[in-house]
Design a binder for this molecule. Sequence first.
Ligand code: GNR
Ligand code: NI
Length: 168
Amino acid sequence: MALLNILHFPDPRLRTKAVEVSVFDENLQTLVNDMLETMYEAPGIGLAATQVDNHIRLLVMDISEDKNDPKVLINPQILSSEGDEEMDEGCLSVPGYYETVSRAEKVHVRAQDSKGKFFEIHADDLEAVCIQHEMDHLEGKLFVDYISSLKRDRIRKKLEKLKKQEKS
Ligand code: GNR
Ligand code: NI
């Protein structure tokens, strides 16, 4: 097991569109395990491979209170969605910032597990928000893309400044 480095906005690598997974081998299983460890350690309720600079269509999440219900979604697809819901979102790639985002309230998703087996989930509330947030990462999209460019620029400048201070 290993902790992976999480990329921070505005790192251009977060804008990469992830490719489909076609090989379900041991390397994939290792990445899944490392992503779960990284997510729990952060701590976060979800993590997309994009955030750890691995540009394949893989996300992990655990919205349970006891952090004992890990879910792995590979090549996820939204089959249908319904309703609207506003929620305050945060992101491990945009540390320290929370903004209200509007998304579908319920999503019906088809994905593959780490062995390639297909399964479906009906998600609502936080789980639905989390899946949509993670699937955005796989498209190179971040929650700050939904807020005003003024706010986004302010966040970008603060995070760039923090990064510079880390280096010096
Ligand atoms: O840990 C996380 N919390 C969260 C809260 C509200 C909406 C979405 C999220 S996902 C985030 C982890 C993360 O950045 N995943 O990409
Ligand atoms: Ni995120």
